[in-house]
Design a protein around this ligand. Structure first.
Ligand code: TYD
Length: 209
């Protein structure tokens, strides 16, 4: 089972994923967590280029290809082998981040991005995607207060507002794959909602096999 978490800056994915993984392990599931960009030795080197605050000259197409390069490596090296072993894979971001950030955020053609995404992932799609939805301004404020500030966070507020809107449009296009949670609530409330959503999905899938 391949589950991805998506959301704008400061939506809390990185805090929630380890807590969710631990809970699922206690329930007896074999869980692998991963994050994007990165998650492999090669992907982490690409991540350093992408997040480096000095790389102000980076063009949207360059940025897109670097994200895809990191993802191609992650899919082959980590995600597909874990899925083949029957594990639950929880990924902090995946292909929808590229559509939201490079597509809706920067205006790179969604159609071209979808073709490139199929190439980079070999067509691997998540079974379920959870959107931790949050107002862009609130999220950026959270990140400046307690997060690690990177080159992508420094894009203008309007960029991050387009990203959030993009996520909502993507979710509306495929409501059967997406679940939307309100990430403005407290950490405990969001974590219990996440646990419930994921348990429901896992239980539903085990009754299907
Ligand atoms: P990170 O510090 O992991 O942010 P977060 O904790 O919010 O996930 O940095 C990842 C950044 O990369 C984040 O700003 C979103 C961006 N991103 C894209 O623009 N496109 C992509 O395809 C991916 C995977 C991430």
């Amino acid at each position: 089972m391949f589950i991805t978490l998506e959301g704008p800056e400061g939506s809390g994915k990185t805090t929630h994923i380890p807590l969710l993984a631990e809970f699922l392990r206690q329930q007896g599931y074999a869980v692998l967590t991963t994050r994007e960009p990165g998650g492999t030795a090669i992907g982490n080197q690409v991540r350093a280029i992408l997040t480096n605050l000095e790389n102000t000259a980076m063009q949207p197409r360059t940025e897109t290809l670097l994200f895809l390069a990191a993802r191609a490596q992650l899919v082959e090296e980590v995600i597909r082998p874990a899925l083949a072993k029957g594990m639950v894979v929880l990924s902090d971001r995946y292909a929808d981040s590229t559509l939201a950030y490079q597509g809706y955020g920067h205006g790179v053609s969604l159609e071209e991005l979808r073709t490139l995404l199929r190439f980079a992932t070999g067509g691997l799609c998540p079974d379920c995607t959870i959107l931790l939805d949050l107002d862009a301004e609130v999220g950026l404020r959270r990140k400046t207060q307690c997060g690690e500030w990177n080159r992508l966070d420094a894009y203008a507020l309007a960029f991050h507002q387009r990203v959030r809107q993009g996520y909502l449009e993507l979710a509306a296009e495929q409501p059967q794959r997406w679940k939307i949670l309100d990430a403005s609530q407290s950490l405990d409330v969001v974590q219990s909602a996440l646990r419930q959503v994921v348990l429901d999905i896992l239980r539903a899938s085990s009754t299907l096999v």
